[in-house]
Design a protein around this ligand. Structure first.
Ligand SMILES: [Fe+2]
Ligand SMILES: [Fe+2]
Length: 215
Protein backbone atom coordinates (compact mmCIF):
# COMPACT_ATOMS: atom_id res chain seq x y z
CA UNK A 1 0.00 0.00 0.00
CA UNK A 2 1.12 3.55 -0.69
CA UNK A 3 2.63 4.84 2.57
CA UNK A 4 0.42 7.94 2.73
CA UNK A 5 -2.70 5.80 2.33
CA UNK A 6 -1.32 3.49 4.99
CA UNK A 7 -0.66 6.38 7.43
CA UNK A 8 -4.23 7.59 6.79
CA UNK A 9 -5.63 4.16 7.62
CA UNK A 10 -3.78 4.13 10.95
CA UNK A 11 -4.92 7.67 11.75
CA UNK A 12 -8.50 6.56 11.08
CA UNK A 13 -8.11 3.58 13.40
CA UNK A 14 -6.99 5.97 16.17
CA UNK A 15 -9.79 8.45 15.39
CA UNK A 16 -12.39 5.65 15.60
CA UNK A 17 -11.03 4.58 18.98
CA UNK A 18 -11.34 8.19 20.18
CA UNK A 19 -14.94 8.52 18.98
CA UNK A 20 -15.84 5.33 20.84
CA UNK A 21 -14.63 6.90 24.09
CA UNK A 22 -17.24 9.65 23.82
CA UNK A 23 -20.09 7.39 24.97
CA UNK A 24 -18.47 7.02 28.41
CA UNK A 25 -15.55 9.37 28.95
CA UNK A 26 -12.83 7.91 31.18
CA UNK A 27 -11.66 9.50 34.44
CA UNK A 28 -8.46 10.21 32.48
CA UNK A 29 -10.33 13.02 30.67
CA UNK A 30 -11.18 14.71 34.03
CA UNK A 31 -14.67 15.41 32.68
CA UNK A 32 -16.62 12.86 34.81
CA UNK A 33 -14.75 13.79 38.01
CA UNK A 34 -16.63 15.57 40.78
CA UNK A 35 -14.01 16.33 43.45
CA UNK A 36 -10.50 17.79 43.58
CA UNK A 37 -9.33 14.64 45.40
CA UNK A 38 -10.24 12.65 42.28
CA UNK A 39 -8.66 15.22 39.97
CA UNK A 40 -5.42 15.07 41.97
CA UNK A 41 -5.30 11.28 41.54
CA UNK A 42 -5.78 11.54 37.77
CA UNK A 43 -3.22 14.32 37.46
CA UNK A 44 -0.68 12.30 39.48
CA UNK A 45 -1.27 9.34 37.18
CA UNK A 46 -0.81 11.55 34.16
CA UNK A 47 2.33 13.11 35.66
CA UNK A 48 3.79 9.60 35.81
CA UNK A 49 2.99 9.32 32.08
CA UNK A 50 4.95 12.47 31.25
CA UNK A 51 8.00 11.18 33.13
CA UNK A 52 7.74 7.73 31.58
CA UNK A 53 7.15 9.15 28.06
CA UNK A 54 10.38 11.14 28.38
CA UNK A 55 12.25 8.03 29.48
CA UNK A 56 10.96 6.08 26.52
CA UNK A 57 11.63 8.72 23.86
CA UNK A 58 15.09 9.29 25.31
CA UNK A 59 15.75 5.56 25.52
CA UNK A 60 15.00 5.16 21.82
CA UNK A 61 17.58 7.72 20.67
CA UNK A 62 20.61 5.47 20.25
CA UNK A 63 18.67 2.75 18.43
CA UNK A 64 17.05 5.21 15.99
CA UNK A 65 19.27 5.41 12.91
CA UNK A 66 17.07 7.96 11.09
CA UNK A 67 18.63 11.31 12.04
CA UNK A 68 15.43 13.34 11.50
CA UNK A 69 13.48 10.99 13.80
CA UNK A 70 16.31 11.03 16.35
CA UNK A 71 16.15 14.85 16.54
CA UNK A 72 12.36 14.76 16.88
CA UNK A 73 12.61 12.23 19.71
CA UNK A 74 15.23 14.33 21.49
CA UNK A 75 12.91 17.36 21.37
CA UNK A 76 9.97 15.26 22.54
CA UNK A 77 12.05 13.99 25.47
CA UNK A 78 12.76 17.52 26.65
CA UNK A 79 9.14 18.54 26.15
CA UNK A 80 7.80 15.71 28.32
CA UNK A 81 9.81 17.00 31.28
CA UNK A 82 8.47 20.51 30.71
CA UNK A 83 4.97 19.02 30.82
CA UNK A 84 5.91 17.20 34.01
CA UNK A 85 6.94 20.53 35.57
CA UNK A 86 3.57 22.15 34.68
CA UNK A 87 1.73 19.29 36.38
CA UNK A 88 4.04 19.21 39.42
CA UNK A 89 3.41 22.95 39.96
CA UNK A 90 -0.36 22.53 39.63
CA UNK A 91 -0.37 19.61 42.09
CA UNK A 92 1.76 21.47 44.64
CA UNK A 93 -0.57 24.47 44.42
CA UNK A 94 -3.39 22.09 45.46
CA UNK A 95 -1.36 20.92 48.46
CA UNK A 96 -0.65 17.53 46.88
CA UNK A 97 2.74 15.80 46.76
CA UNK A 98 3.26 15.37 42.99
CA UNK A 99 5.04 12.01 42.86
CA UNK A 100 3.31 10.38 45.79
CA UNK A 101 1.82 7.89 43.36
CA UNK A 102 2.15 4.18 42.53
CA UNK A 103 1.85 3.37 38.84
CA UNK A 104 -1.20 1.24 38.06
CA UNK A 105 -0.54 -2.28 36.71
CA UNK A 106 -2.07 -1.61 33.28
CA UNK A 107 -0.19 1.68 33.07
CA UNK A 108 3.13 -0.07 33.74
CA UNK A 109 2.29 -2.70 31.12
CA UNK A 110 1.47 -0.09 28.48
CA UNK A 111 4.75 1.78 28.86
CA UNK A 112 6.81 -1.40 29.16
CA UNK A 113 5.23 -2.54 25.90
CA UNK A 114 6.20 0.71 24.15
CA UNK A 115 9.71 0.38 25.52
CA UNK A 116 10.02 -3.12 24.04
CA UNK A 117 9.39 -2.00 20.44
CA UNK A 118 12.53 -2.00 18.32
CA UNK A 119 11.57 -0.59 14.92
CA UNK A 120 11.16 3.15 14.23
CA UNK A 121 7.92 2.76 12.32
CA UNK A 122 6.36 0.54 15.01
CA UNK A 123 7.49 2.86 17.79
CA UNK A 124 6.17 6.03 16.17
CA UNK A 125 2.87 4.37 15.22
CA UNK A 126 2.30 2.92 18.70
CA UNK A 127 3.24 5.83 20.90
CA UNK A 128 3.38 9.30 19.32
CA UNK A 129 0.61 8.49 16.85
CA UNK A 130 -1.80 6.21 18.73
CA UNK A 131 -0.88 6.86 22.38
CA UNK A 132 -0.38 10.60 22.29
CA UNK A 133 -3.13 10.95 19.67
CA UNK A 134 -5.72 9.58 22.10
CA UNK A 135 -4.27 11.58 24.99
CA UNK A 136 -4.46 14.83 23.09
CA UNK A 137 -7.98 14.10 21.84
CA UNK A 138 -9.12 13.87 25.47
CA UNK A 139 -7.14 16.95 26.49
CA UNK A 140 -8.93 18.96 23.79
CA UNK A 141 -12.27 17.64 25.11
CA UNK A 142 -11.48 18.56 28.70
CA UNK A 143 -10.49 22.09 27.66
CA UNK A 144 -13.76 22.57 25.77
CA UNK A 145 -16.03 20.93 28.36
CA UNK A 146 -16.34 24.09 30.45
CA UNK A 147 -16.83 21.99 33.61
CA UNK A 148 -13.19 21.13 34.40
CA UNK A 149 -11.71 23.59 36.95
CA UNK A 150 -9.06 26.03 35.77
CA UNK A 151 -6.33 24.63 38.04
CA UNK A 152 -6.57 21.51 35.82
CA UNK A 153 -7.14 23.15 32.44
CA UNK A 154 -4.37 25.77 32.83
CA UNK A 155 -1.40 23.32 32.63
CA UNK A 156 -3.21 21.24 29.99
CA UNK A 157 -3.76 24.33 27.85
CA UNK A 158 0.04 24.66 27.64
CA UNK A 159 0.51 20.92 27.02
CA UNK A 160 -2.14 21.01 24.30
CA UNK A 161 -0.39 23.93 22.56
CA UNK A 162 2.83 21.86 22.42
CA UNK A 163 1.01 18.82 21.04
CA UNK A 164 -0.72 20.95 18.39
CA UNK A 165 2.53 22.63 17.40
CA UNK A 166 4.19 19.42 16.28
CA UNK A 167 0.80 18.28 15.00
CA UNK A 168 1.32 15.74 12.30
CA UNK A 169 4.89 14.60 12.84
CA UNK A 170 4.07 10.91 13.49
CA UNK A 171 1.95 10.87 10.33
CA UNK A 172 4.77 12.35 8.24
CA UNK A 173 7.34 9.92 9.68
CA UNK A 174 5.09 7.02 8.68
CA UNK A 175 4.63 8.45 5.17
CA UNK A 176 8.41 8.62 4.85
CA UNK A 177 9.40 5.30 6.42
CA UNK A 178 6.45 2.87 6.38
CA UNK A 179 7.22 1.99 2.80
CA UNK A 180 7.18 -1.82 2.76
CA UNK A 181 4.39 -4.31 3.36
CA UNK A 182 6.36 -5.83 6.20
CA UNK A 183 6.86 -2.49 8.01
CA UNK A 184 3.19 -1.63 7.52
CA UNK A 185 2.06 -4.93 8.98
CA UNK A 186 4.22 -4.43 12.06
CA UNK A 187 3.08 -0.83 12.51
CA UNK A 188 -0.60 -1.81 12.28
CA UNK A 189 -0.12 -4.43 14.98
CA UNK A 190 1.75 -1.94 17.16
CA UNK A 191 -1.17 0.51 16.89
CA UNK A 192 -3.63 -2.24 17.82
CA UNK A 193 -1.43 -3.17 20.78
CA UNK A 194 -1.24 0.46 21.87
CA UNK A 195 -5.02 0.94 21.75
CA UNK A 196 -5.77 -2.31 23.62
CA UNK A 197 -3.32 -1.35 26.36
CA UNK A 198 -4.62 2.23 26.45
CA UNK A 199 -8.15 0.90 27.02
CA UNK A 200 -6.84 -1.30 29.84
CA UNK A 201 -5.07 1.68 31.43
CA UNK A 202 -8.20 3.86 31.23
CA UNK A 203 -10.28 1.08 32.84
CA UNK A 204 -7.64 0.55 35.53
CA UNK A 205 -7.55 4.28 36.26
CA UNK A 206 -11.37 4.36 36.46
CA UNK A 207 -11.33 1.53 39.00
CA UNK A 208 -8.69 3.27 41.09
CA UNK A 209 -10.37 6.68 41.03
CA UNK A 210 -13.98 5.53 41.48
CA UNK A 211 -13.58 2.33 43.52
CA UNK A 212 -10.12 2.72 45.07
CA UNK A 213 -8.95 -0.56 43.53
CA UNK A 214 -5.42 -0.93 42.13
CA UNK A 215 -6.49 -3.44 39.44
FE1 LIG B 1 4.13 14.46 24.14
FE1 LIG C 1 3.61 15.31 27.42
Amino acid sequence: MDSREFAKSLAKQVADFCTNLDAKLPAYSFIPLTTDAMRIKVMQSRLFNEIRAGEIFGGWLKSTPELDVKKTLANATHEEYEHATFLEDALRAQGATPHEYQALPAQMAMFNAFEGLTDTVERIAAFPMAGEGVADYLIAKSLKAGTVPSWVTAPYQRIHEDEEEHGNYPFEILVKYATTGEKQKRAARAVAMSLVLRRAYFDNLDRWVFEDKMY
